[in-house]
Design a protein around this ligand. Structure first.
Ligand code: SAH
Length: 462
């Protein structure tokens, strides 16, 4: 089979790929990935690239439309890099995500009877994000641009309105843009490495109403920053928020890593506070904090339910970040042990424990796969319940082996990638554990991502 560039072909679509693109087949079985098409649709497309076994094509015209197609709210849908499922009804997005989790656990994990529970979606899947890092750039006409990158590029599109960010952000962006223009402050150019303003990091405490704004600059100071601070403070106040943290991140490296570790606090505190279900968390510009507070609560409540603590357990929170999940559950445990690779996050975790008056805690900084084997010999701290919340790549095999040796009664696995989750479940459930509950949570509405919480219980010894 061969397909040429610009060749027009007809495809029938039956799936969605990792980036939200439609997966379609020709009558003779060739597979193509096409943005903006849904399962159940047929479409006329133009071939962009053929790679021997599959290809990419551009949509020309939809011939048969799916009943699940909806008109996206956002005028930038399909252009901006985010929200790749906005053209699919929210109900069907949830169904697709639950299926994705089920299929991974079945195909990669090799499980047959999977104890799937209903996916937890949002009532209003908009304005849910509490964090954004907006790139800035100088446009062809010399004026500054702030917003999102156009899909698969590094070209900034001026974004006047985003439907998934906290609404406050929509008010802040124009103010930042006019500040740069009126005061002739340059934006960073990736090619030459010149220009000052690179990104603007914004974090909003949904419960506390505290806001942190942190311009990332290619230089040591931001001229007229007080003016910007006052302007943005007033904008926050108008919407009943308070700009309690105004920082600068100094990033003078020629890199596409957004933040450097050098942060200066210019006004207020170097962090904001926010709370989830009665626990207060301190969040500094560099700390990891879940971006969808409402669904984070749903995830943490699920972990609490699955962990079923009685007050007697040693609870281990592995990959604990700033201690968020463990502290949320600590009240029900005898003792909490947290392990996390970033030392600053562990400092935040200790501070979070102190602020919340939670005393039965120990936190260790280091790679979980290295620290856990060392803790194994300390019989007093052996886990009764272990929570694992690894990054996308899943758990290191050494860590899983150590967990099997420690053999806590229950393991609660929180995952942001169903494929690596399924791989790790296979290893854990080979002998010692059984998969008892699987509950996906949609924390990234309109994107292809999905979180999953699983409960594993230790089999009775034979
Ligand atoms: N449980 C936290 C954070 C989860 S994100 C929360 O809900 O907020 C995953 C965390 O794992 C990150 O904080 C990351 O820094 C940490 N991490 C990554 N690799 C690690 C490793 N090998 N050992 C320990 N922690 C690791």
């Amino acid at each position: 089979m061969n397909y040429n560039k610009n060749q027009e072909i007809k495809l029938r679509f039956n799936d969605i790929g990792a980036d939200g693109e439609g997966i379609g087949r020709t009558e003779d079985g060739a597979t193509f990935f096409v943005k903006g098409v849904l399962p159940g649709e047929t479409a006329r497309v133009s071939v962009m690239k053929w790679k021997k076994t599959y290809g990419y094509a551009r949509l020309i015209e939809i011939l048969e439309e799916s009943p699940d197609r909806v008109a996206p709210r956002c005028p930038l849908a399909g252009k901006c890099g985010g929200c790749s499922l906005q053209h699919l009804s929210y109900e069907k997005q949830l169904e697709w995500k639950a299926d994705k989790v089920l299929n991974c656990i079945r195909r990669i994990g090799g499980f047959e009877d999977i104890p799937m529970e209903k996916i937890v979606g949002m009532k209003t899947p908009y304005y849910y994000r509490n964090k954004a890092q907006f790139p800035m750039q100088t446009g062809a006409d010399g004026s500054s641009k702030i917003g999102f990158y156009a899909g698969h590029t590094h070209a900034v599109m001026n974004t006047d309105y985003c439907y998934i960010q906290a609404e406050l952000m929509n008010e802040l962006l124009p103010a930042i843009r006019s500040f740069a223009d009126e005061n002739h402050i340059s934006c960073y150019d990736e090619e030459s490495g010149k220009g000052l303003l690179r990104h603007i990091l914004i974090r909003v405490g949904f419960a506390s109403k505290e806001v942190c704004i942190c311009p990332v600059i290619n230089g040591s100071s931001l001229p007229k920053w007080k003016l910007l601070y006052e302007e943005l403070s007033a904008t926050c106040k108008k919407l009943n928020y308070e700009l309690t943290s105004f920082c600068l991140d100094i990033n003078t490296e020629k890199t596409n890593v957004i933040l450097s570790t050098e942060v200066k606090c210019l006004a207020g505190r170097p962090y904001i506070n926010d709370s989830i279900g009665g626990i207060t968390y301190r969040i500094s510009p560099l700390s990891f904090y879940q971006v969808n507070p409402l669904q984070t609560k749903a995830i943490y409540d699920t972990v609490k339910e699955f962990a079923a603590l009685s007050g007697r357990e040693n609870l281990w929170d592995i990959y604990c970040g700033t201690g968020t999940i463990g502290l949320y559950l600590a009240e029900g445990a005898k003792k909490l042990v947290g392990v996390e690779i970033i030392p600053e996050a562990i400092e935040d975790a200790k501070e979070n424990a102190r602020v919340n008056g939670i005393e039965n805690t120990e936190f260790y900084a280091g790679a979980a796969e290295d620290i856990l084997p060392k803790l194994v010999n300390q019989a007093a701290t052996e886990p009764t319940v272990a929570i694992i919340d690894p990054p996308r790549k899943g758990c290191d095999e050494k860590l899983l082996e150590t967990l099997l040796t420690l053999s806590p009664d229950r393991i609660v696995y929180v995952s942001c990638d169903p494929a690596t989750l399924a791989r790790d479940l296979k290893l854990l459930c080979a002998e010692k554990y059984r998969l008892e509950r699987v509950r996906p949570v949609d924390a990234f509405c309109h994107s292809t991502h999905v979180e999953t919480v699983c409960l594993l219980s230790r089999n009775a010894p034979v």
